[in-house]
Design a protein around this ligand. Sequence first.
Ligand code: PGA
Length: 252
Amino acid sequence: MTHPSSPSGAKLVAGNWKMNGTRASLVELDALKSLATQAGHPDLALPGARLVVCPPATLVAAAAERLAGTAAAVGGQDCHAQASGAFTGDIAAGMLADAGASYVIVGHSERRTLHGEDDATVRAKAEAALQAGLTPIVCVGESEAERDAGQTLAVIARQVRDSVPQTEAALVIAYEPVWAIGTGRTPTNAQIVEVHTFIHGAQPGRPVLYGGSVKPQNAAEILALSGVDGALVGGASLKAADFWAIAAAARA
Ligand code: PGA
């Protein structure tokens, strides 16, 4: 399902399963629905959070079927910049849309680092996503060395300028400091607010998610920070109980 009818002001809580999960893992989505039902929201329409689940591409269609009739959306984790063609192994944005996705993550730091994706590539992918009717979640974030060198805002400025398409279309930005991803380390609240405020200044009107070691224990505090419009959750999105606890911590 897409999100335009969701309550305004709700946080966007997106789970990035990365390269984890088989069809057996879809029971986590059933568990998520059970937890929501117990809390009085059987349709997953939470007052404080809009949910997106980004499983591996092999599970997008099945996840969309499992979440049909709920307010939760499904997203891909990457897409190709071209709509079709001789690109063995790649997946076009339109294919994700056809499988039931309404979002796609682009420019995740693991794609930038492990697949050599630069800002221009990320922007082309985001444009392809928009063409296919998907909402891109464009990721930016500084490395530890860049932060230590005092370059954080310069890096974010460049990534936002060069990775985010110039468009009026709905688009989400995720700030994910590379050193906070999968490490259990998070920036200070002041550091998160500084970067989110900066991105909002550069890209007014866009939701900006925080990502990097978001857990049930820190979700309420992070999601309540000024300029934080939601969370992109990796490891803690794999278990329904944790993902639910993070979503339940969101207050509109
Ligand atoms: P993490 O990953 O929550 O496991 O740190 C976040 C991400 O990479 O999107």
